[in-house]
Design a protein. Structure first.
Ligand SMILES: *Cc1c(COP(=O)(O)O)cnc(C)c1O
Length: 371
């Protein structure tokens, strides 16, 4: 049996009729950008995240860049983040000319270690990007407390929720825990479009208003550009209409991911170390494990038809492009050690019980005897 790493087409097949119908609606409506579907989706997604405002944009990286600018991050300012989260926040910083300052992660979940943030802060720190990596949630209220207690009340928090649509922390949805939050609707995300898409959510009206202007030429009104550094980054009507269909099913899709992750966790237990543990703060975006003999295990899984991947194989600090950019990094021992050992198993809403059982069997019968 072959188990592919991810197959968003399976998930989209569940909504085939509704998607066909809504695409036809958009065609009939004659509105392609910033029309009724975008407006309705922004309202529905804000409600889902329990926040006041949602501004949809072209993708998750634009969302990061625009949200950082809306928080007042400028060239030369420092932004604290982690180095193991795929370089997206770093890319946004590079576009602004802001300087990423990397802190290490917690051993248990490989998320931003909030105890390391204050030591990294400087007088030019403007923001902390807390990435809810793998579908797990950073304890943002605890991060806020830590910053405040150290006298850093002026440092803002941006939640990168691109892997964590629907994750809960202290009974609250991610997205409303910091000053602003960003999402991606790339097809393999927990809420995925049939192409690119992104959103920024916030409870701060001014922040949302600035994002709305920055996504469209800096316009305050039609042809009236009042903010510099605006650009064009819009979610289109077709993607918004499709996302509206899938948003209704997001709790079900996340539940299936969590169920798949729980099954995998049972079969990995005692064989490889599980990074992503079951909890309401984990929506199963990726199921990540680690082992010193990663390559041996991945090869055996591949022999049995099971695809795996590494999230992520290179720290931001080691990316060739970053050798030409300014950054600071604190001690990253745990990030470095994890990068050499982590790998991800197939875990997505469209995975079948048969596929999960096959992975479970291969762990029980083969991997357990090898390592
Ligand atoms: C996918 C992702 C992004 C970027 O989203 P795009 O829509 O691909 O630009 C940003 N941050 C994280 C953590 C992601 O996983």
């Amino acid at each position: 049996m072959n188990v592919l790493f991810n197959l968003p087409s399976r998930e989209n097949a569940l909504f085939r009729d509704e998607i066909d119908k809504t695409i036809k609606d958009v065609l009939d409506s004659g509105y392609y950008l910033l029309g009724a579907h975008v407006k309705a989706f922004e309202q529905e997604f804000a409600d889902y995240c329990s926040v006041q405002h949602c501004v949809s944009v072209g993708n998750g990286t634009d969302a990061l860049e625009i949200a950082l600018r809306a928080l007042g991050v400028r060239r030369g300012d420092e932004v604290i983040t982690v180095a193991n989260a795929g370089c997206y926040a770093t890319t946004a910083c590079n576009l602004i000319g802001a300087v990423p300052v990397y802190v290490d992660v917690s051993e248990s979940d490989l998320l931003l270690d909030i105890n390391k943030v204050n030591a990294a802060a400087s007088p030019i720190t403007r923001c902390v990007v807390a990435t809810h990596l793998y579908g797990q949630a950073v304890d943002v209220p605890a991060l806020r407390d830590a910053l405040d207690q150290a006298g850093h009340s002026d440092v803002t928090i941006l939640e990168d929720c691109a892997q964590a649509h629907g994750a809960m922390m202290h009974g609250r949805m991610v997205g409303g825990l910091g000053d602003v939050a960003t999402f991606s609707f790339y097809p393999t995300k927990n809420l995925g479009a049939l192409g690119d898409g992104g959103a920024i959510v916030s409870n701060n009206e001014q922040t949302a208003q600035t994002c709305m202007q920055l996504r469209q030429y800096g316009w305050q009104g039609k042809y009236e550009s009042t903010l510099p550094l605006g650009r064009n980054s819009r979610l289109d009507e077709l993607q918004a209409a499709i996302l509206r269909v899938k948003l209704k099913a997001l709790p079900t899709l996340n539940a299936r991911r969590q169920q798949a992750a729980a099954y995998l966790q049972q079969h990995c237990h005692g064989i490889v170390e599980v990074v992503t543990h079951a909890s309401p703060a984990y929506v199963g975006h990726l199921f990540v494990v680690r082992h010193p003999q990663r390559q041996l295990i991945r090869d055996e899984l591949a022999y049995h038809g099971i695809a795996t991947d590494i999230h992520y194989p290179v720290l931001d600090t080691d990316q060739p492009a970053m050798q030409m950019q300014p950054f600071r990094s604190m001690g990253l021992d745990r990030s470095i050690a994890a990068t050499a050992e982590i790998f991800s198993l197939p875990c997505y809403a469209g995975i079948t019980d048969d596929e999960l059982e096959h992975i479970g069997k291969v762990f029980d019968l083969y991997i357990a005897k090898m390592v």
